[in-house]
Design a protein around this ligand. Sequence first.
Ligand SMILES: [Zn+2]
Ligand SMILES: [Zn+2]
Length: 434
Amino acid sequence: MVSSKKNDIRLSFLGGCGEVGRIGIKLELSGGKSLLLDYGVSLSGEDMPVFPGHVRPKDLRSVFLSHAHLDHSGALPLLFSGEVKVPVYTTSLTARLSYLLLEDFLHISGYNLPFERREVNVFMKNIKAVNYGQETMMGKDVTVRLIDAGHIPGSAMILVKSPEANILFTGDFNLVETQLLNAARISDINLSEVDVVVMETTYANIDHPDRRDLEKELVESCREVVDKGGIVLIPAFAVGRSQEILCVLRRYDFEYPITLDGMARHTSKILLSYPEFVRNQKLLREALSRAKWITNWAERRRALKNPGVIVSPAGMLKGGAALYYLQKIYKNPQNAVFLVSYQIEGTPGRMLLETGKFKFNGSLEEVKAQVKWFDFSAHSGHKELMRFLSMLSPETTVFLIHGELDAAKKLASEAEETLELKVILPEEGRVYHL
Ligand SMILES: [Zn+2]
Ligand SMILES: [Zn+2]
């Protein structure tokens, strides 16, 4: 499929090659103007966020955003500092959540960012909300459609159909149904028509445990700690993961106090007003009303007085109310910290998992509380990625992004050997002719 026809489509990657994050895919259509799929930052490490390659807004026809996570959306305000206004298509919920995450991004790393609140606001004004399944025309012969990706609420795969080629960008996706979300709706795509797939590979070499077993294990582990008078801190991402954990606790009738804090409160409120994006509205409503929502410091301190579970961002312990709780509970081996998110290399959460130590205000301390990781992924694991690839026709060209290089390489050889697919690990900045 990769050719060098005159009237071809050109695909290039502005980041996300061999790394989790900094996603930006430029699709130059035969008419000259380009579509940009996602434009995010890399947030690994404690330093500055890293931005994707440059793109000129005037070269863009439109932008499509797969979901609200900053590794997909965090660079978008950069496009809105000048006169040119590019429309950004995404789901209504992604628009709402992006605003929240970008505000938080400004709040945390404001001085280090190459944009300000003004650019975020202009970006928001240029969003055009579209529904899953709705076709958006780009010129006279290109259509773009969003498909539920099952990753976080509002997330989408992006399918671009043009006379030259049909291109599917998976965004981040999950083929496994969770308590909060349905699995990605790949049955809505005619995969035999897809010529090019750009697929995420966050968990290319990891098979997730069975979801139901994992849910039971988490609830049992929480019970064990709380039964003995301990406190369990569950640092969780504000968008999706916090609500998923609350749904799991509700689903298995967890009987002890549950506290919800940090930005997860805002995102939970938002999700309640977008019920069409969750699998089971009733479960979510019950789960959220079952938890005590912290509204002030007195309540925060009180939450630490009794055994129970506290769910609070940040998921990788880079900030948020979770840090306050951690500082209060880490010295007591009766307590526990249950990490339920992917811990990117270089983050405090990853360091805690690997060394049992945590840096509080510059001083490295041993964490005596039990530390455990539960693989509650919002991404497809190795098995699901291979299952997805096996549904493609052998003529499909697959580009692997959004994953560590070694893992992606392994997946590529497996797909080439067993499925006879053509798999490319793209290089940043290089142009691929479709
Ligand atoms: Zn994501
Ligand atoms: Zn991502």
